[in-house]
Write a protein that binds this ligand. Structure first.
Ligand SMILES: Nc1nc2c(ncn2[C@@H]2O[C@H](COP(=O)(O)OP(=O)(O)OP(=O)(O)O)[C@@H](O)[C@H]2O)c(=O)[nH]1
Ligand SMILES: [Mg+2]
Length: 270
């Protein structure tokens, strides 16, 4: 049994930075993880790249030879990955052993986790290879400035969850940039009733029925649960990792070495 995180979320939400901080954290606590680059457009890495989609296909070549723009080119690259799962991915995965832990740093194009099937097929391939996979969805805390943006973030995450059918952990990234932590606290575990009343206050009365349906949807899919992540704090990374490990049952049979970080309780991030 192998373990994997599929790190997804909108462009710029902090996926690659999270991967590199997670790598460093794991180094500190003496745990081995391997980070895989699935973004054909990525150029600089702050982590050692264990597997790289750019070895399979180059975005520059695709754009040049097919006359595609960056987004069309990226979609082409991902479709190429999908067509080569049996060869490329199977061969690459052969380098890893039972109990290995892979973290896939995905591109941020929203199509990839809404309606294009490549990531779903990718996940199914990993599962056939006996990997326990968790979807890790990053949402930038900087966007959550009011209830409508929060709901919209939830919907995008829900769409990924429904598409991928994976255990799913929602993360609110870039917590170091949040000035007033109390504002965000309202959205970490909000009451659906409160959400609904805030929505109704911000929007025209004709949206009341829709607001009710949205608040119920968010509640029923247990979407109203975001884990805040402050990369400056080892304790925060450790907490996020423990939530994900729990989802994929990592460490239940193995003796995982974890160092405790004792930092003062000075804000809301775990
Ligand atoms: N202050 C702060 N900045 C962050 C954090 N995480 C990411 N950033 C910044 O946000 C920008 C985007 O971060 P990336 O990690 O490249 O985001 P990404 O989701 O991988 O982006 P794409 O791969 O293009 O979709 C960069 O300028 C990062 O330095 C964070 O926790 N705190
Ligand atoms: Mg990235």
């Amino acid at each position: 049994m192998g373990y994997a995180q599929l790190v997804i979320g909108p462009a710029g939400s902090g996926k690659s930075t999270y991967c590199s901080s997670l790598y460093q954290h794991c180094q500190t606590i003496g745990r081995t993880i391997h980070i895989v680059n699935l973004d054909p457009a990525a150029e600089n890495f702050d982590y050692p790249v264990a597997m790289d989609i750019r070895e399979l296909i180059s975005l520059d070549d695709v754009m040049e030879e097919l006359g595609l723009g960056p987004n069309g080119g990226l979609m082409y690259c991902m479709e190429h990955l999908e067509e080569n799962l049996d060869e490329w991915l199977t061969e690459e995965l052969d380098n890893y052993l039972d109990d290995d832990y892979l973290v896939f740093d995905c591109p941020g194009q929203i199509e990839l986790f809404s309606h294009v099937p490549v990531l779903r097929n990718f996940v199914e391939h990993l599962q056939r290879k006996d990997f326990n996979v968790c979807g890790v969805y990053l949402l930038d805390s900087q966007f959550i400035t009011d209830v409508t943006k929060f709901i919209s973030g939830c919907m995008a995450s829900l769409s990924a969850m429904v598409q991928l059918e994976l255990p799913h952990v929602n993360i609110l990234s870039k917590m170091d940039l949040v000035k007033n932590k109390r504002d965000i606290d309202d959205y970490l575990n909000p009451e659906p009733r409160v959400l609904l009343s805030e929505l109704n206050q911000t929007m025209a009365p004709k949206f009341e029925k829709l607001n009710k349906a949205l608040a119920e949807l968010v509640d029923e899919y247990s979407m109203v649960s975001f884990v805040p992540l402050d990369l400056r704090k080892e304790r925060s990374i450790q907490y996020v990792l423990s939530q994900i490990d729990n989802c994929i049952q990592y460490g239940e049979d193995t003796d995982v070495k974890v160092k405790d970080f004792d930092e003062p309780e000075d804000d809301l991030t775990p």
